[in-house]
Ligand binder design. Structure first.
Ligand code: GDP
Ligand code: MG
Length: 678
């Protein structure tokens, strides 16, 4: 009789994944039970004949990871590293797939030929998981077999695949870490090539990646081996230490946590790509019912759009209702102070400063206070209810197509409020490339400082339904941002973004106190800005409109006129008036200054600003102006934040150049398109 060939199969898996049940099923009574040498962890071995082979199964202790922090983990790891099983059979609990994939990530790093048993497939189905087994298998690069150990289901497939994997040496596809980590691992891996012949560790080249990750973590045991086998050891150890410090500095985190996070992200991504959660009705919780609707394939986006639309509609209408009164109040205040100053101080110039400059400029912006308050109130309401996380979840698929993380959507939503905290919040993004791309696209999201100019022009351009314009501009901002992400990634960086699934927080009824406080803080900041930057801007603008002394206020002969006229050729395609150009130029300091400047420069004509602007900005110019104002250069504080967060002034310049060119091109296009259709 022909001698049967032996295949050693290490059975790895989390505790309670059904390993022992599966093991007993396969090996029947042919089991040996003992202890691993030196530790009291049980060692169970058993054999099973299959075709021309004898399969020798070794049931490793159940572990969640292979960090060698516990005796179980050490036993499992040592067996994999030093005893070289021909195949690793990893048993995962399919009903807790995401958590179980963490161990799979480490086994993938080790890289032995592998077969995955998707055990507890029955429980997974009951929980409503629909697992795309084929896709999971192709992403992992090794066979994935659904099994139900308690019902003897899938065992034959499993044995067949174990043999096939052993015969063909089917290794898993390597896990690609985020770029900086991957670079470090590759460099370390390159440096330790010289040990290939010296150490029992490197009998298989595929294991080198795992060894490199462990070296970067400065795992004492594996580091000691490297040092002891070569005179080069000390130098390499120092090199590796530097790599570790670099990563820790970059991620502001401990190396173990950096790598663990990367593996969790991989597991989460894999899970997200291959598992659909259906049959949610089994879960009676209301939250799940709501999620069924708001995350529905067909309903999700219309609902998201409707929520946004409602948000802008309320911002516009409720805010606008109060705004009219505030507008009237400042109009009255301006007239009264002008008369008072002229009759008491006989100084038309001083009267103009107070009335046209200060009250006109600051008042013109404060008119939008109710809109700002309502917008922040609604943002806080949506955020606190738990819906924002759903929106990010919905957007993940789309964002992914453009090379961004779904997680990038949260900073983008914050950008509706203000770009500065939005940019700071990108710190939550793990991959530095994602982070940079997100920072650069946030300024395209219309922040609340742009709300005044948006509301002003929406009313002028489409008086019948200004909300449509507001909504359209937000949509444009998001669309440009997402498109630019692709461009930025292509221009400045390469590499793939790992897929991502976030934990969805539970819904809850928003707490009014939290929501009101949030709205009050932001509205307060807006008022403070009106009393400082915008006030100074208005005074400066009034001066530019009045100097040199003797010129007609806000005429082409004034300094403001000279500046505007000087820049006018740049905006030839958009046909902007010089006053608009001056407003845009100074909006660089803070976007509200656009509106305060329009007030200061146009407001002198004793007419309602909107009516005046409607005359000076016919539809093609109005649209071009609005689009330019929505997209052009981030304000000064935003640029300072970009510089601080990237640590380089280069990206602040990139941001300005990028946004100015995009704004210029799109506004010119808007001019011609609107001119054509009207
Ligand atoms: P181990 O700790 O990883 O060795 O897991 P065990 O083999 O002890 O299994 C844990 C529990 O899960 C036991 O009660 C098994 O009966 C049960 N179990 C194992 N596999 C399956 C399965 O595929 N489906 C179901 N429903 N239960 C299973
Ligand atoms: Mg067990």
């Amino acid at each position: 009789m022909k001698e049967k060939k032996k295949i050693t199969v290490a059975v790895a898996g989390n505790p309670n994944s059904g390993k022992t049940t599966l093991f007993n099923l396969i090996t029947g009574s042919a089991q040996k039970v003992g202890n691993w040498s030196g530790v009291t962890v049980e060692r169970v071995e058993g054999e099973r004949k299959y075709g021309d082979y004898i399969l020798k199964f070794v049931d490793l202790p159940g572990t969640y990871s292979l960090s060698a922090f516990s005796p179980e983990e050490k036993v499992a790891r040592d067996f994999l590293l030093y005893e070289y099983p021909d195949v690793v059979l990893v048993v995962v609990d399919a009903s807790h797939l995401e958590r179980n994939l963490y161990l799979v990530a480490q086994l993938v790093d080790i890289g032995h030929p592998m077969v995955v048993a998707l055990n507890m497939f029955d429980l997974a189905a009951e929980s409503g998981y629909e697992i795309d087994v084929e896709k999971l298998s192709s992403l992992l690069g090794v066979p994935v077999i659904p099994t139900i150990a308690t019902k003897n289901y899938g065992i034959d497939n499993l044995l067949r695949e174990i043999v096939r994997v052993a015969e063909n040496q089917i290794h898993p596809k390597p896990l690609i870490y985020p770029a900086d980590i991957e670079d470090a691992i590759q460099q370390v891996s390159e440096r330790i090539k010289i040990f290939n012949n010296n150490s029992e560790l490197f009998a298989g080249c595929h294991i080198r990646k795992y060894v490199a990750t462990k070296l970067i973590e400065e795992d004492p045991e594996i580091s000691a081996q490297i040092i002891s086998v070569s005179p080069e050891g000390e130098k390499i150890k120092e090199f590796i230490h530097q790599k570790r410090l670099e990563l820790e500095r970059l991620y502001q985190d401990d190396i173990h946590s950096i790598l663990a996070q990367a593996r969790f992200a991989w597991a989460a991504g894999l899970f997200g790509e291959t598992v659909k959660i259906s049959k949610r009705k089994k879960f009676a919780q209301i939250g799940d019912k709501i999620d069924n609707i708001v995350l529905n394939k067909w309903l999700g986006f219309p609902i998201f759009a409707a929520v946004m639309f409602l948000m802008f509609y309320l911002t516009f209408t409720i805010g606008g209702f109060f705004a009219d009164y505030i507008d009237e109040f400042f109009g009255w205040l301006g007239d009264v102070s002008r008369e008072f100053i002229i009759s008491h101080f006989h100084s038309p110039l001083f009267a103009s400063l107070v009335s046209d400059g200060i009250i006109g400029g600051v008042g013109g912006v404060l008119v939008f206070l109710p809109n700002i308050f309502i917008l922040f109130l609604l943002i806080a309401l949506i955020e606190d209810s738990g819906y924002v996380a759903r929106a990010a979840f919905l957007m993940d698929k789309i964002m992914h197509k453009f090379g961004l993380h779904g997680r990038s959507f949260i900073p983008m939503l914050l950008g509706f409020g203000c770009s500065v905290p939005a940019i700071i919040s990108t710190r939550a993004l793990r991959d530095p490339r994602d982070r940079l791309a997100t920072m650069l696209i946030i300024p395209f999201i219309p922040c609340s400082a742009r709300l005044p100019v948006l509301i002003l022009f929406a009313g002028i351009l489409f008086p019948k339904n200004p909300t449509i314009v507001v909504f359209g501009m937000y949509f444009l901002g998001i669309a440009v941002a997402v498109l630019m992400a692709t461009v930025i990634k292509k221009l400045f960086m390469g590499g793939l973004t790992p897929p991502f699934v976030m934990e969805l927080p539970k819904y809850h009824i928003p707490a009014w106190r939290v929501v009101l406080k949030h709205a009050a803080i932001h509205t307060g900041a807006f008022v403070r800005k009106a009393g400082t930057v915008i006030l100074l801007g208005a005074i400066l603008m009034w001066m530019l409109g009045s100097l040199p002394f003797g010129v007609e206020y806000a005429s082409e002969q004034s300094l403001a006129g000279k500046i505007g006229k000087f820049l006018q050729p740049v905006f030839a395609p958009q046909h902007f008036e010089w006053k608009g150009i001056v407003a845009l130029s100074f909006g660089f300091i803070a976007k509200e200054i656009i509106v305060s400047t329009l007030n200061v420069l146009y407001g002198a004509d004793e007419e309602n600003l909107a009516d005046e602007l409607a005359k000076k900005f016919p539809p093609p110019v109005g649209w071009a102006f609005l689009i330019f104002a929505m997209l052009y250069t981030p304000c000064l504080p935003t640029l300072a934040t970009i510089k601080a967060e990237t640590g380089s002034v280069k990206w602040a310049f990139v941001s300005v150049a990028l946004s100015l060119s995009v704004a210029w091109v799109l506004s010119a296009a808007a001019y011609y398109i609107v001119a054509l259709v009207t």
